[in-house]
Ligand binder design. Structure first.
Ligand SMILES: C[S@@+](CC[C@H](N)C(=O)[O-])C[C@H]1O[C@@H](n2cnc3c(N)ncnc32)[C@H](O)[C@@H]1O
Length: 299
């Protein structure tokens, strides 16, 4: 009896996990095409255009950059004068419109969550899921998310199809598979964490960070980078967000790359950096938990 219960529990766990276990995926590619609930071949349209994703990310990243302006001295020295003066102007407007809190030296302090709220009108955070035994989930903690807004990002190391991820994938529920087979490891612990940190350090260009590593810590710099904690929808919890792939364009401002929560496993200057954003499928109110469909992704 005990043995049968144990077997049942193990089988349930395996069924939940197998779609993220790389060797299983590799051995079942043809079957996966039938069983994974991807968007049908004929409806690969994006939920929102890439330009809108880019616009939203730039808006948030610019606000984060401006609020940290005085701490960006290493970077500012190297930026062209035209860009520096643009940020100085934006900083003046920002100081007029925002209601900052002050620390003891009277320097302004904005929490990333407050900046997100001031920029897009909502904040999100990781909290205990409303689902029993589902661990953490992501909630809209303040404000309101209109349909079609980028509400979160899926952080992690990006692996091309042929790159080695076997050890990182063992017991790892945070591996995300893109439509073209690229994998994103969003685990913030263990070997996955070490790999991300190492790749991030490797790609840094002097003072210019090419990615954000703070999603691996409790002090996140980009408040959107918690998308790997969004739970799967169920019968009574419909999906309210959907994954959408976004390749970072070549002309993405260098000074904002420090907020991108993804890094390529192999240093590759030819391919664009793959990011995955979560887009709201409907208006989402304060207090609601975000749910995605793990097997639906738009490229
Ligand atoms: C990518 S993680 C999501 C974050 C996870 N809740 C946590 O706290 O680490 C995926 C794991 O979350 C849990 N999970 C996600 N959706 C669930 C659901 N609808 N019901 C129960 N567990 C769920 C499963 O354990 C799954 O392997």
């Amino acid at each position: 009896m005990l043995f049968r219960t144990l077997l049942r529990v193990l089988r349930q766990r395996w069924h939940r996990y197998k779609y993220r276990f790389v060797p299983w995926i590799a051995l079942n590619v043809s079957q996966n095409r039938r069983t994974l609930r991807y968007v049908p071949e004929d409806s690969k349209d994006k939920i929102i255009p890439d330009e809108d994703v880019l616009g939203i990310l730039l808006k948030v990243f610019q606000a984060l950059f401006i609020s940290n302006f005085s701490r960006q001295t290493d970077i500012l020295v190297l930026l062209p004068e035209a860009i520096k003066s643009k940020y100085r102007d934006l900083l003046v407007t920002h100081q007029r419109t925002e209601q900052p809190r002050y620390n003891t030296q009277q320097q302004k302090i904005y929490k990333p969550g407050e900046i997100l709220f001031n920029t897009l009108g909502f904040s999100i955070s990781r909290e205990t899921s409303s689902l029993i035994s589902a661990g953490k989930g992501v909630f809209v903690t303040k404000g309101f998310v209109p349909k079609g807004t980028v509400v979160s990002m899926y952080p992690g190391t990006v692996y091309q199809k042929h790159e080695p991820i076997f050890f990182q994938s063992i017991g790892n529920p945070f591996i995300f598979r893109c439509l073209d087979g690229m994998l994103i490891d969003g685990n913030d612990k263990g070997i996955s964490k070490i790999v991300y940190r190492s790749c991030s350090g490797r790609d840094q260009l002097g003072p210019f960070k090419m990615s954000d590593s703070t999603w691996l810590t409790s002090e996140v710099q980009n408040p959107l980078a918690v998308g790997q904690y969004v739970n799967n929808c169920s019968n009574d919890k419909e999906a309210n967000v959907c994954y959408q792939e976004f390749d970072v364009p070549e002309l993405f401002p260098l000074e904002f790359k420090q907020y991108l929560p993804n890094i390529m496993y192999s240093h590759d200057t030819q391919s664009p950096l793959r990011c995955v954003v979560l887009v709201a499928l409907r208006d989402i109110q304060q207090g609601e938990e975000l749910f995605s469909n793990y097997y639906t992704i738009i490229n």
